[in-house]
Structures are given as structure tokens and as C-alpha cells.
Design a protein around this ligand. Structure first.
Ligand code: ZN
Length: 183
């Protein structure tokens, strides 16, 4: 089932999402929500989707960066971004630690700001402690594009959107981004 993705301006995107209990994580409601969020992310398509983006103020996000999405990107772009495939997984109640300064600048977009892109400086390496979809504790060490995805999605769970962190003079329509930036 596909869910409606809310756009920026909806107050749910500005709320700090609430934590989930292990009991809730195992419930049919949350398991169904995870499946619907996965379907919605793949349909969009996107590499991450946070629960507030589908109107649920919960500390939960899904992530997946398929090799298929890299087909139209150059080898040089993939290498510069340290972008590699990331298999589908769920992060719940995440805590993030930036292991390097936020000095890696690339364009990113968001399903809640369709049709726009901007340069957002992010940390190259992060450590995330969270629960998985079974409520099991997990530590993720990530670098490159995967670290960027984690920072972007965990921001959503704190009520933040990339425009809060962007280099505002780089804000562009997708069309202009493709015309002027993409190589
Ligand atoms: Zn987003």
C-alpha cells in the first residue's frame, strides 16, 4: 500500500517524533507501517523515508539505496559521493553521533520538497545506535552517501528538514539543477 507523503509546511514535519516501545515495534500496526513506508519509498523512488513524512510522528525511518538507482550516475559522481548500494533496513529511536565535521557538501533533495535540490554540508562519517524492525539494538557505522542518508532521515525525526542546513544560495529547482549542476 502506498502512503501519502506530506510536503514541507505540514506541521508534522516540524515536530520532534516520539520514541517507540519494543512492544509497539512488534505490533501489527507498526509492522504494517514499515511495509507501507517501504512500498512508498520504492514507488517515489527515494533512498529514505521517515515516519513524519507519512504523517506519523514516530522515531522510525526506512532506508534503501539500490544499485539500480546508480545506473544514471557517472562512476566519478558515485566515487566522489562514496555512494554504494545499501540494502533495505529500518532504524527506530536512533541516536546519531557525527564522527567527522559537517564539511562534505553535495546537493540533496527530499520527497517532502518535491522538485528542489540544494547543497547541504554533512559529516562524512557517523555512528548511529538504534533498534531494528524487531526491536533489537543495532549500531551502524556509516560513511559517504549512506552517512548522508542517515543524517537526513534522523533530522526528520527531530523536526528538521534539509533547508535548515542548506547553503541557501544553492537552492534550485530540479530542472535547473540538472541543467547547470549535474555532469
Ligand atoms: Zn527528506
Amino acid at each position: 500500500m502506498l502512503l501519502k507523503v506530506v510536503s514541507v509546511g505540514d506541521p508534522v514535519l516540524r515536530k520532534k517524533a516520539r520514541l517507540l516501545t519494543s512492544e509497539e515495534i512488534r505490533s501489527k500496526t507498526i509492522q504494517d507501517l514499515i511495509a507501507y513506508m517501504r512500498d512508498t519509498m520504492r514507488d517515489s523512488p527515494g533512498v529514505g523515508l521517515a515516519a513524519p513524512q507519512v504523517g506519523e510522528s514516530l522515531q522510525l525511518a526506512v532506508i534503501e539505496d539500490k544499485a539500480d538507482y546508480h545506473k544514471n550516475l557517472s562512476e566519478a559522481d558515485l566515487k566522489a559521493r562514496e555512494r554504494k548500494p545499501v540494502s533495505f533496513h529500518v532504524i527506530i529511536n536512533p541516536e546519531i553521533e557525527l564522527l567527522t565535521p559537517s564539511d562534505i557538501a553535495f546537493h540533496e533533495g527530499c520527497l517532502s520538497l518535491p522538485g528542489f535540490m540544494a547543497v547541504v554540508p554533512r559529516a562524512r562519517k557517523v555512528r548511529v545506535t538504534c533498534l531494528d524492525e524487531h526491536g533489537k539494538p543495532r549500531t551502524i557505522e556509516a560513511s559517504g552517501w549512506y552517512a548522508r542518508i542517515l543524517q537526513h532521515e534522523i533530522d526528520h525525526l527531530q523536526g528538521r528538514v534539509y533547508i535548515d542546513r542548506m547553503q541557501s544560495e544553492t537552492f534550485a529547482t530540479l530542472e535547473n539543477y540538472q541543467r547547470h549542476q549535474k555532469k
